[in-house]
Design a protein around this ligand. Structure first.
Ligand code: GDP
Length: 454
């Protein structure tokens, strides 16, 4: 078996991880423990102190080595982790020593891939490892960890069992047609298909929430120059000392920023444009606003309430039509010239808030309104299983399609062996999700998204 090992980043400590049947042989050639002990005597989940030395006996670093013995390790193989001092030079040198003594470099995700191929975790759990690592918010990390713990896998297993229980009866009926079980079986099949359909639909629906948790609510702040877009942005970002992650937007030249405010994950579109516009270098025109409004899940349309609604304001309002929109009457610290009951506003949205971006008043109400609009308070992460992965969603949709087809075969009173084929399709779709049957291409694609060392 190949060894694999990987650098796990550079910091105070460097960790070189090895997995594989012979990893202790490689380790033995380079590690000089303070207290020598045969490998058979060393227990898993223990650490040893010593030095890494090269072939001349010259000491490279002072290290702690953790031992994990098969099958009780991350990959289920023998594993060890050399904890050295961080920093490029030392870690690189130890890595080279491992390689020259028989180890191979690991691919991204290879440790998790081995855990999957060796049957310790299923594909769902392996994928959740990436989600946990990449989580941008607490909610997202929590859904990832739940999946890692196998909640989604259990749910899929439960649905599969329900199908299998009925499949057994179908097979009996097919094999022994002389027994008259058709009536009973037919009712069982219909009930089972209904129940499975309901459960899968619930999972499929959870994706909308999952997408929000994972990607954030795509939010566009639009308004004419001087309405207060940039002040509002500052109020949102600065107040919360938000951790901001920048992404390249889908539209040309836009930058998206991911922030979590009051537990609400927001992906703000074209914040760079708003900032730039504020420098008086370039004001965002209607065209640009249209572009970002098109992309958004949520539009925050902001108006300067100290002035009457202008033609430009009405154009902005027009962009927000037919979208989830919150209308903001800004500058409420000044005398108001816009009536919040103005029919032109109400025609676009019922969410109309008065705030002062400058004085940071009314911002909390804005967050509450977003939570309400997206029913964020309804998501109960402790109880509900939330699908966050597009691959899973597509396969669940496919399974639902198979459920629908199986139902049709029932309604059309097709022979049992034909119905059985369609029911087996559902099982196959579900097995694809957990990775019981999955092609190498898909496995490679999934693990290629991993970072090195995991
Ligand atoms: P933008 O062009 O839409 O980004 O607007 P800005 O955020 O740059 O705001 C334009 C001007 O309005 C600035 O001078 C702000 O200080 C001012 N402003 C923004 N919000 C308020 C507010 O709530 N009250 C008052 N009085 N002035 C505000």
């Amino acid at each position: 078996m190949r060894q694999s090992l990987r650098l796990l980043g550079i910091g105070g400590i460097g960790i070189i991880r090895m997995s594989g049947e012979n990893c202790f042989d490689v380790l033995e050639k380079i590690f000089v423990p303070k207290k020598k002990q045969p490998i058979e005597e060393i227990k898993g989940y223990t650490m040893k102190y010593g030095h890494i030395a090269d072939s001349t006996g010259s000491v490279v670093d002072e290290v702690l080595v953790s031992y994990f013995k098969a099958p009780k390790s991350y990959t289920t193989e023998n594993m060890c982790e050399i904890n050295s001092h961080g920093g490029n030079v030392v870690v690189k040198k130890i890595l080279e020593l491992c390689l020259s003594n028989g180890a191979d470099l690991a691919e991204p995700g290879e440790f998790t891939k081995r855990a999957f191929l060796n049957g310790r975790i299923d594909l769902l759990q392996a994928e959740s490892v990436i989600d946990v690592i990449n989580a941008k918010s607490e909610k997202e990390a929590k859904t990832g960890i739940k999946q890692l713990e196998g909640f989604l896998s259990e749910k899929i297993a439960e649905i599969k069992k329900e199908i299998m229980d009925v499949m057994v009866n179908i097979d009996v009926s097919i094999d022994y047609p002389e027994y008259d079980v058709d009536e009973v079986t037919s009712k069982q099949i219909t009930d089972m298909l209904d129940s499975v359909g309901k459960k899968l639909t619930k999972l499929e629906k959870s994706f909308d929430n999952g997408k929000i948790i994972k990607e954030g609510i795509k939010t566009a702040i639009i308004g004419r120059p001087n309405a207060g877009k940039s002040s509002l942005l500052n109020a949102i970002l600065k107040e919360n000392r938000a951790i901001v992650t920048e992404y390249e937007g889908t539209t040309r030249d836009t930058i998206e920023e991911f922030v979590t405010v009051n537990g609400i994950p927001l992906k703000l579109i074209d914040t760079a444009g708003i900032r730039k516009a504020n420098d008086e270098v370039e004001k965002i025109g209607i065209e640009k606003s249209k572009e970002i409004a098109n992309e958004a899940d949520l539009i925050i349309a902001i108006f300067d309430a100290s002035k009457e609604l202008t033609q430009e304001d009405l154009e902005i309002l027009n962009l927000a039509k037919n979208k989830k929109t919150i209308i903001i009457l800004n500058k409420m610290d000044l005398e108001s010239k816009i009536d919040e009951n103005d029919e032109r506003l109400k025609a676009v949205s019922n969410s109309i808030l008065k705030i002062s971006a400058l004085k940071k008043q009314g911002i909390e109400e804005l967050y509450d309104e977003i939570s309400n609009l997206f029913e964020l308070n309804e998501i109960n992460l402790d109880q509900d299983i939330v699908i966050t992965n597009v691959r899973h969603k597509n396969l669940i949709e496919k399974a639902l399609e198979s459920v629908k087809k199986a139902k049709e075969t029932m309604e059309n009173k097709m022979p049992l062996d034909i119905i059985a084929i369609f029911i087996k399709d559902i099982l196959e779709d579900l097995a694809n999700i957990t990775g019981e049957i999955v092609t190498d291409d898909i496995i490679d694609e999934i693990f290629s998204k991993f970072c090195l060392g995991k």
